[in-house]
Design a binder for this molecule. Structure first.
Ligand SMILES: [Zn+2]
Length: 438
């Protein structure tokens, strides 16, 4: 495998900042109607909120495009709100809700559809667009009902049922559980090419812009890596998965629960689908089923380095042990040495975001997998396999932090030398000479 630029594929395409609140959002019930005559999405969102403190105000992220009709309680009491800063909504609770441990709020608002329009007439609404009221770090169940003209298709997270209405409209009902991020895509059924395959008991749906180069390579990489992760870590938690080419150029690729998104820009940046497809597919297991805690130290290592090492294990599984050694030396180490400038390296623990600098990205995508390989060599093959499966099993549908990961290393490392080695490599800058690359 030739050395090439290491991938910077973002699980979250952009950081969204929210102040910590004393609330948790436990469930969403969302109704969306696309009104093409006024070119608006008319939205009602019901939030089930659990409250852990006695404060009377809290903040949610919501798009500044939202024209809010009202916010109300279930008994139709009007709840005051204002936007203290762009995309941040402040809610003031009435006295009787302040003391409630659990309550429901209903948000009614309209979003201008064209603000979310990309090429080919597709509407793209991602969490980063704050199209629904949210805070980071919540894990929730959701139902999303979206009604559109019957020549349109909608995609969201989870599983879908369709209801045909009598007036040339169609309602798609999307349901998901243990979700941390909701996206919604609406497009004309004629604008995309559709393929479908069943792999390891899951239906994989492919939506591509007609004429996609490497279509067959992408499909075969999705199928083989999906099979590897299903066999190694456990059956996929949904009965469907969607791979969607987004006709936009402001991001490369992104993995959301049940959705792999990519753009033509990603194919230009990384022409070989073998480099990005297995990484993105792996995120269905580590990233979307086991969810990195976005507020905890080591978040990028947990979200990206573990997953990138799983990709290396997939390469090893398909092409043999020499390929693992080659990817460690000729890709990760070679890229790290080529890209990280003298004196500019940071420690893994100090990475604020992989988007900050090439050095921080290399620390996570190149050094991170090398560090995990040292832990594997220290633990031994059988322990490593049990360890990684155990982490996946125990943190399924939950947040995982670096501290949790360390506690699990200890369970397979009774003398503590693997954890000591791991801690040293996390804290120190650079890549020391005496490491294992096979
Ligand atoms: Zn990633």
């Amino acid at each position: 495998m030739k050395s090439k630029l290491i991938l910077i594929i973002l699980l979250t395409s952009q950081a969204v900042v929210a102040q910590p609140n004393g609330i948790k959002i436990k469930a969403y019930d969302i109704d969306v109607n696309l009104d093409l005559s006024t070119r608006q999405f008319l939205i009602n969102v019901q939030l089930t909120i659990q409250k852990n403190d006695s404060s009377s105000t809290f903040h949610l992220l919501l798009s500044h495009y939202a024209a809010i009709k009202n916010v109300r309680s279930t008994n139709q009491e009007i709840i005051p709100f204002h936007f203290p800063e762009q995309d941040t909504l402040s809610i003031r609770l009435p006295e009787k809700l302040v003391k409630c441990k659990k309550f429901t709020l209903i948000f009614s608002y309209a979003l201008p559809a064209d603000s979310f329009l990309v090429d080919k007439g597709m509407f793209v609404m991602k969490r980063v667009d704050r199209w629904y009221p949210l805070q980071l770090g919540d894990i929730f169940n959701s139902t999303l009902r979206i009604t559109v003209p019957d020549n349109q298709i909608t995609l969201s997270n989870g599983t879908c049922k369709k209801k045909l209405l009598t007036n040339h409209m169609i309602t798609f009902v999307w349901k998901t559980t243990h979700e941390s991020d909701l996206a919604l895509f609406v497009f004309n059924s004629d604008s995309m090419e559709y393929n479908s395959e069943v792999v390891a008991g899951t239906r994989i749906n492919f939506y591509f812009i007609p004429g996609l180069k490497d279509e067959q390579k992408i499909i075969s990489q999705v199928k083989s890596s999906f099979t590897f992760y299903s066999d190694f870590l456990g059956k996929y938690r949904n009965n469907n998965y969607m791979v969607v080419e987004i006709p936009a150029d402001w991001f490369l690729g992104q993995s959301l629960h049940t959705l792999l998104l990519f753009t033509s820009k990603l194919s230009e940046y990384l022409p070989d689908p073998g480099t990005w497809v297995p990484h993105e597919v792996g995120h269905q297991w580590f990233g979307n089923t086991v969810i990195a805690d976005e507020h905890a130290q080591g978040r990028w290592f947990v979200e990206e380095s573990i997953n990138e090492y799983l990709r290396a294990m997939y390469i090893e599984h398909i092409y043999g042990a020499d390929s693992l050694s080659r990817i460690l030396k000729d890709v990760y180490l070679a890229n790290y040495n080529a890209i990280v400038k003298n004196g500019q390296d940071v420690s893994i623990l100090d990475v604020g975001s992989v988007n900050n600098s090439p050095e921080e990205a290399q620390c996570i995508y190149a050094k991170g997998p090398i560090v995990l390989h040292q832990v594997r060599r220290c633990m031994g093959e059988a322990n490593w396999n049990s360890f990684i499966k155990k982490v996946y099993h125990d943190f399924k549908n939950r947040l995982l932090t670096l501290d949790d990961f360390k506690k699990y290393i200890s369970k397979y490392d009774h003398e503590g030398q693997c954890l000591r080695l791991f801690n040293t490599l996390l804290i120190n800058k650079g890549i020391p000479e005496n490491l294992y690359f096979d």
